[in-house]
Design a binder for this molecule. Structure first.
Ligand SMILES: [Zn+2]
Length: 240
């Protein structure tokens, strides 16, 4: 319980992180050199003790907390969270039993899919005409013929192919070395670009161009971040 004796005055999460850093680097003694508790007024002492108790409780909660899974009902579009092992998922709103499998496609595929979790189309995955409804979809293969209804995030990886006219989604992530050209206007929420996209985009959320990313065309948004090494060759309309 060396942490309980520590006089360091820092907040709950910060203290957990600091102690972890100290533990992992073997420099825990560093924290003993800070101002002594005895120099502080009484009420501050009480506050410090409370903070310590909170941080211990927070750490205990973090350790005991089961995994958290964000779900999106494909029948009624209701978002909800499940803790722990996923089995027999029932939508809290429409009360239907839902499929919650993570599905990976790495060959030819022609069946319709509905899941509240993820669908990943690997580089050898080739979709025949089918309908896919999922929370998140990642495409590294050929999904040109598929219709997709994505509740949250569409991720396009290198060599990923798709037809934007057949796809609906909220957020978009273009991964490194992925090259996308969209003829129609693209409207979405957030976009993160590590690859290349050429399009006429309206983004209601944040557009982030990461190092190595390139956005060409037209962009209308109120939040644009171009990181060092990110490229932008577009007509801009920032703010509404
Ligand atoms: Zn539902």
């Amino acid at each position: 319980m060396t942490r309980a004796k520590s006089p360091t005055v820092i907040g709950g999460l910060a203290s957990v992180r600091a102690v972890r850093r100290a533990d992992s680097s073997g420099h825990a003694q560093k924290f003993k050199t800070r101002p002594s508790q005895t120099t502080l007024p009484k009420e501050d002492k009480a506050a410090i003790e409370q903070k310590k108790r909170n941080s211990i409780a927070a750490r205990a909660r973090k350790t005991a907390m089961p995994a958290k899974h964000e779900m999106l009902c494909y029948e009624c579009a209701y978002p909800f969270v499940i803790h722990g092992v996923i089995r027999n998922v029932i939508c809290p709103k429409c009360h239907l039993t839902l499929c919650a499998d993570d599905i990976i496609i790495n060959a030819e595929w022609e069946n319709d899919i509905k899941t509240v979790s993820n669908v990943t189309i690997k580089k050898d995955g080739i979709l025949k005409p089918c309908d896919i409804v999922a929370r998140d979809i990642t495409i590294a293969g050929n999904a040109k013929l598929a219709s997709m209804q994505i509740g949250r995030l569409l991720t396009i990886e290198k060599n990923g192919q798709l037809d934007f006219k057949k796809i609906s989604f909220k957020d978009l992530s273009i991964k490194s070395n992925a090259k996308i050209s969209v003829k129609n206007k693209l409207t979405c929420n957030n976009i993160e670009i590590e690859g290349t996209i050429k399009s006429d985009i309206t983004a209601k959320g944040i557009v982030i161009i990461k190092p190595g990313g390139l956005l060409q065309g037209n962009l209308k948004t109120s939040h644009l971040i171009v990181e060092d090494g990110g490229g932008l060759k577009a007509n801009l309309k920032i703010g509404y």
